[in-house]
Structure formats: structure tokens, C-alpha cells
Write a protein that binds this ligand. Sequence first.
Ligand code: DGL
Length: 276
Amino acid sequence: MKQNKIGPIAVFDSGYGGLTILDKLVKKLPKYDYIYLGDNARTPYGTRSFEVVYEYTLQCVKQLFEMGAHLVILACNTASAKALRNIQQKDLPNIDPERRVLGVIRPSVEQVNNLSQSKHIGIMGTTGTVQSESYVLEVEKLFPNIKVTQEACPMWVPLVENNEFLNGGADYFVEKNINNLLDKDNNIDTIILGCTHYPLLLPKIRKYVKESVKVIDQGRIVADSLFDYLQRHPEMDEKCSKNASVKFYTTESVEKFKHTAELFFDGNIKVEQIHL
Ligand code: DGL
């Protein structure tokens, strides 16, 4: 493994969704170097088994360590739900106990008590995230007074990955899943978009949700949480290089990645293909 003393912050997702997080990280912490890896060749993860998501995520994390990162953000709820704990507890001590892997679920859950007045929240996520019950369990631990209702939206990631998220077909699935969620609990006043692809569907989502309901995308929350983390962990901050660069890697073809990534990330996209 690359033993450089300093390296970029790595951001990982199964595909393009993590770019919605990276965009906010770069805006909040512009001095740092970042590498982004999208496992576009094997996306979506949301419908895959626990074992497969864990195996793919671990492979990508190891690759990012090889590329010099000391800190990896799983900018993917599915990977955070199904792989993070195992990687933190089982794998990191063997790979390198000094490196860190962080997820997106915990920082999002920490905010829900401030966001919700009614104390009824909704989580929209992939089938994998919903079935893992990770959000429900985290909220129970931190805020047992909050009622959580979930809705799996298996069509939303394919709509985004196939660049159909602003077209008419997306309305059908967005309306259906939003109505399902609100039918299960109509006291919900805060909806967490528990999948990093979903912010791209925000214009559609807002069409089917009352104005009084907050719809939260995770980018800013994760950026604030990373900012705090680096302040609380100067030893990790020292290991993060700071030349304000962003590099992109994909397991799919470069042309395909560049074309769609431009819709998600506000900035210049230089991308290389990697083989895992
Ligand atoms: N963007 C990912 C998430 O936040 C999942 C997309 C997928 O199904 O691969 O859950």
C-alpha cells in the first residue's frame, strides 16, 4: 500500500451520486485535495446483497488507500449501511489502524432532532438501505422520541444513472414513492434523502411534497461534519494534502462518466478509468 505521509481525501460512491456530496465538500473545504471513485461499472449497489455490497466497497476502499488516501468518505448510503461497520471493525485494524473510513448516515441522523418539529421523519433510500434498518436503529439510539418511516425507491437510482431524472418518466416514480411514504405517516415534516443520488431529483420531489415539509439532502450536512471531524482530529488533518485539486476515477468508460458527471458536479472533470 502507498505509504505517502500525506494524501488526498477520497470520496467513494457506487456511481454518480457521491458527486452531490463531493460538490459540497469542495465548496466547504476548498484547500484540500480530493479523489473521487465511482464504481459505475457495477452500479447500482442498492439492490445487491449485504455480502456483495461489502465485498465491492472493501475493494474500492483498498484501492483508494493504494492511491494514497488516509481518509475515505463512503458518500453512499447503501455502502454506509451495509459495509461501513465491518470495514471499521474488522478490516481497518489489519489494513492500517491509522487510516479512517467514515459514512454518511450518522451525520445525517445527528441533525434530525433539530430539523423536525413534529418528531415524525421520513427516510427515502435504496432497498438495501431501507432493509438494513440503519437509519431506524441510529435514530432509536440518538432520539428515541422520533418516529421514523421509510420508503424504498428502487427506480430512483436508475433514473439518475440513465440521465432521465428531469424527464417525464421520473414524475411517475417520484410521485408514487412520495405518496407511499406520506400515506404511511402524514405527520412527517422532514424527509431525509437517504441516497446520494436523490438530490438530482429534488425539483421533481418538491412538486409532490407540501411546502411545509423539509426535504433534506445530505451534501451540506456531510461537509459540516467533515469540517468538524478535521478540527477535532488534527492528526488526520495533517495527513490530508492541500493543493486544491480534484481528480475523478471510474470503473466504467471515461466518456460515459464525464458526460453524466458534468450534470452532478459544478467544476472541471478530469477522469481516468481504473480496473479493480
Ligand atoms: N448513491 C447510493 C446511496 O447513497 C446508492 C446507489 C446505488 O444503488 O448504487 O445509497
